[in-house]
Design a protein around this ligand. Structure first.
Ligand code: ZN
Length: 184
């Protein structure tokens, strides 16, 4: 299974609310398998379907990858039915290469979702798992973690992010030009 290309901010796909998965068929099964491969291959702890260009309500999460992928959760049509407490965590996102920001979240959540077998799963989450599921749930609603910052912080963080992206792309472009010159 190959890695899917990641959608990078500020793509419109990341700002679109996702629709429910109507049926867990072979297409969804293959897609979720590819999502998990993409998440592991990108060293991410969570991935939402819009990050690989499909606006449907699916997330893959594994916050304990060192343990040999034992904690992989494939959540289809997930819902946070209860949330308690407050916490803050320095979050990153595969759709924002190089960016991290302190984000306020709920501490504990209760989640309901379908798994790939079509069974309803129901569980409490705390710590990093809770934060990660809330981050991916935002993606399913067309919300990214910078939207959780206050407007002043968001403006600064997004400006720096876009500036850094431009320079990275410029470096790549210059490397490509140099490579052409060196080969002639
Ligand atoms: Zn993200």
């Amino acid at each position: 299974m190959s890695k899917l290309p990641l959608v990078i901010y500020p793509d419109e796909i990341l700002k679109t609310r996702c629709s429910d998965v109507a049926a867990i068929d072979q297409d969804i099964f293959d897609f979720v398998t590819a999502m998990a491969e993409t998440m592991y291959g990108s060293n991410g702890i969570g991935l939402a379907a819009p990050q690989v260009a499909r606006n449907i309500r699916i997330m893959t999460v594994d916050v304990e990858q060192e343990d040999g992928r034992k904690a992989l959760l494939n959540l289809i049509n997930p819902v946070i039915v209860e949330a308690h407490g407050r916490t803050t965590y320095e979050e990153g996102c595969l759709s924002f290469p190089g960016l991290s920001a302190e984000i306020k979240r709920r501490k504990q959540i209760h989640v309901q979702a379908y798994n790939l077998a079509g069974d309803l799963v129901d569980f409490d989450a705390d710590g990093l798992l809770s934060i990660c599921i809330q981050h991916e749930m935002d993606h399913l609603n067309g919300v990214t973690f910078v939207d959780r910052l206050n407007p002043v912080q968001r403006k600064l963080v997004v400006r720096d992010y876009l500036k850094q992206r431009t320079w990275d792309e410029e470096d790549e472009r210059l490397d490509a030009i140099r490579a052409v010159h060196e080969s002639t």
